[in-house]
Design a protein around this ligand. Sequence first.
Ligand code: PLP
Length: 387
Amino acid sequence: MKKNNKKFETNAVRSGTERSQFGEHSEGLFLTSSFVFKNAQEAARRFSGDDPGYVYSRFTNPSVNMFEERLAALEGAEQCIATSSGMSAILATFMALCKPGDHVIVSKSIFGTSVQLFNNFLSKWGLDITFVNLSDLASWKNSIKKNTKLFFVETPSNPLTEIVDISKLAELAKFAKAKLIVDNCFCTPALQLPLKLGADIIIHSATKYLDGQGRCLGGAVLGKRNVMSEIFTFLRNTGVSLSPFNAWIFLKGLETLKIRMEQQSSNALALALYLEKNKNISKVYYPGLKSHSQYSIAKKQQSLGGAVLSFSLKGGKKEAWSLINKTRMLSITANLGDTKSTITHPATTTHSRLTQAERDESGISDSLIRIAVGLENVNDIITDLKL
Ligand SMILES: *Cc1c(COP(=O)(O)O)cnc(C)c1O
């Protein structure tokens, strides 16, 4: 990233732009697998890395590079590496930075597929994994081993919006000589800057709010140059690369990221306040509510509450399914990060692979509903819920 003193909004629309000889105003879409060289000498210099120009789109492409530079500017990172999905960003990070026998500490409250990746694959390759409660700093401390390499969290978590104090966890990671990774998917850099709070690495599923309109899959890893070099080598040798087309979509998504996150957070807060007063609802989980058990930490490290909330109804699965089935506008889908609001029943969808005991332990009750609030008028969302 070129050092710049511009503000977030400016970087979101201007940063990283690289113009071709045609002088296009909007960023170009470079759909090409390889790049041509003026002569054999230039080809050799490109391959050796002496000439930093483009070679092959598995690891270098102008559209992808523009997205990487722009996201790096927004997160305040030295370097960004874009990947084909959020999952491949996580895979690349752990494969590149760990070896068999290394130990990592992972929050229990992470994206379901991330749990599957740890339990079914990374463990098979010899990674020693300890799962702990996200906000329980004592458990993090007690789980540290001599060979602990990485800490991994999502904050706020899905769907109960639990939060960990990133600065405090970063201190613990330092103490353990481990690196703290934050999956910043729910807040995005528009609301939370984990690197500033002491985290070492940020992971994104660009599929969610960075795109913001539910079109493409993609991911990213961000951090210091010396950490990122291993991850770049992994990408170059394995091809978990982002398509230039998707990168171009995300570039455009970043331009409106802040105003979307602000408006969607404001809609989510209005909805949360409404739900909290409703007699059919027993509890609302949203970091922007004063009743949230970690409201003060949320206030300290997030500029707004984000766009995801959940709530438990009085009753059980029958009442939850009935509420979902009565909606006419909300999209019944497990995705989030879209301008269209989505509604889901975690216990029978995103968290259905957990056992009943695991769900009970993590608070995913049968009456819990998650809404990822979009850009519709919030009064229309409230009307559609027919509560
Ligand atoms: C969706 C998601 C992922 C996975 O991203 P994909 O782009 O779907 O591979 C990882 N972490 C979080 C928090 C997510 O919401």
